[in-house]
Design a protein around this ligand. Structure first.
Ligand SMILES: C[S@@+](CC[C@H](N)C(=O)[O-])C[C@H]1O[C@@H](n2cnc3c(N)ncnc32)[C@H](O)[C@@H]1O
Length: 183
């Protein structure tokens, strides 16, 4: 149960989605390179804030929404109930072994994961990407130590930096947004 959000956290996330849906979550979805037929993984989907905008961009593809929390995943199902192109997965270390994706994205997720867990998670995210596939993340710039660990692990897992930018978000201040390509 330690991974489950409180009612207050869920309320604040719904409020942020209502207030900043387009300026934060759609803005990130628009940065993801998509043609419409890709297999995409939303790692740490929460209530589906980004997935809500990504699902519309995949008329011939599909989106897998993954979260460690059952409560978030249930909230995500409600947010995306109109879409038929979604799979839902509750994270377990082995859950992704048979999957492969063109795109994996993480929106304000990796900084929340402990160093030990990142050592396990980032190799799996790289492994499930097809060659030429894209990993894109956005994380708060204030988490400098965590960002260094994330960059080191990404560099050790056959992912090459394609683009980097710093953006100012209304909720989390400055955030680093990086796009990597699998070798
Ligand atoms: C700050 S929320 C962001 C949710 C969503 N991406 C967004 O931007 O609204 C972080 C999410 O990552 C999930 N999470 C944390 N650690 C995880 C892990 N090891 N595996 C999968 N999901 C995880 C949490 O349950 C939570 O839903």
């Amino acid at each position: 149960m330690k991974h489950e959000p409180t009612c207050l956290e869920m309320f604040l996330t719904r409020l942020a989605f209502f207030l900043y849906g387009k300026s934060v979550y759609k803005d990130f979805a628009d940065r993801i390179p998509l043609d419409g037929g890709e297999r995409v993984l939303d790692f740490g989907c929460g209530m589906g804030t980004v997935a809500y905008y990504v699902a519309k961009k995949l008329p011939r593809g599909h989106l897998t929404c993954l979260d460690i929390s059952e409560r978030w995943l249930n909230a995500c199902r409600k947010t995306l109930h109109r879409y038929g192109n979604i799979f839902y997965l509750q994270w377990e270390s082995t859950a992704l072994t048979n999957e492969s994706f063109d795109v994996v994205y993480c929106h304000f997720v990796l900084h929340d994961i402990s160093k030990n867990d990142l050592e396990r998670v980032i190799p799996v995210l790289s492994k499930v990407l097809k060659p030429g596939g894209v990993l894109i993340f956005r994380e708060p710039l204030s988490e400098t130590a965590k960002i260094s660990i994330i960059k080191r692990l990404i560099g050790q897992n056959r992912l090459l930096l394609r683009d980097n930018r710093i953006i100012d978000t209304p909720m989390m201040g400055n955030a680093l947004e990086s796009i990597y390509v699998k070798q």
